[in-house]
Design a protein around this ligand. Sequence first.
Ligand code: COA
Ligand code: ZN
Ligand code: ZN
Length: 266
Amino acid sequence: MRQVLKALGAKSLRKGPLDCYKCPECEGLSEDDVVLVSDAGLRCFHCEGEFPRNAFKHAKKEATFALCAGCSKEFPLTPASEGFVGYLCTCDNYVAIPFEDQLFQPQEIMSLKWNEGLRERGIRLTEQCSAVKCATDRDWQVLVLMQVTAKESNPEFKFGHQDENEALLVFDPVTGVYVGYLLWYERNKKYATLNQLFVMPEERRKGYAEAMVKHWVADHAKQIGEQFALESPNKYAVALHIKLGHIRKEGDTLVGINGCCFTSGF
Ligand SMILES: CC(C)(COP(=O)(O)OP(=O)(O)OC[C@H]1O[C@@H](n2cnc3c(N)ncnc32)[C@H](O)[C@@H]1OP(=O)(O)O)[C@@H](O)C(=O)NCCC(=O)NCCS
Ligand SMILES: [Zn+2]
Ligand SMILES: [Zn+2]
């Protein structure tokens, strides 16, 4: 079965003692679920040394436990439960997101006020939406969290990374909700390639994608070069780019026009 990630958060978080093994060599504490069984006995999570099981002393460590909002199971937040975006339950729900030594609920991060100054940085695209080019760690944190929702319908979407991608976050400044994002890359700074476009399911068919793409072409892609590329657009994206005059249908084939061309990814 394919993995469907969710970001429902936790019903509650609590602190409590967690059983650990204490390493005879480095005295580091390894949680039950990260200590590995090895040929010698157990392997310490910290120094990676292997020692007989009875050389490890039992110890307790203060840990945070989350009650999953997806399946109501409680589990400790340990390195073993860390996924790409945050702490992940076995039901594939993110229960908490670590950011700058604190834990946040996905809903907190998805509220505009979590990202102070974002509204002010926004460039107004239409009456209903503003765009910000991802620049801060908070911007990128919001982006990857929206990607969890995007991956529910397009599991082949890869998580964006600030070293490889550029991204636009788009939000409604009136209702204060994030409506979507656009991800692209600029290989060799010769031309820009659009590789992900996403609008939150409840916000679709209101013209957001159209506003995002128009802004991206004029203020980002065309600033690099006359040409820009679309990476493997699906049928909805094709319909959108036909409407915007980037693609023309010639019989059964699609032809890029007005500087637009296609790539199949990498
Ligand atoms: C594709 C997607 C980004 C469109 O976002 P959107 O904000 O709903 O699009 P817009 O309202 O701006 O639509 C603009 C035009 O795109 C086309 N379009 C958008 N969604 C469409 C759909 N479901 N079916 C057919 N055409 C569609 C239409 O031509 C539309 O113009 P119209 O409303 O005047 O007919 C959105 O459906 C989405 O995020 N889907 C999941 C992710 C995805 O498939 N991304 C594209 C591949 S990378
Ligand atoms: Zn050790
Ligand atoms: Zn769960």
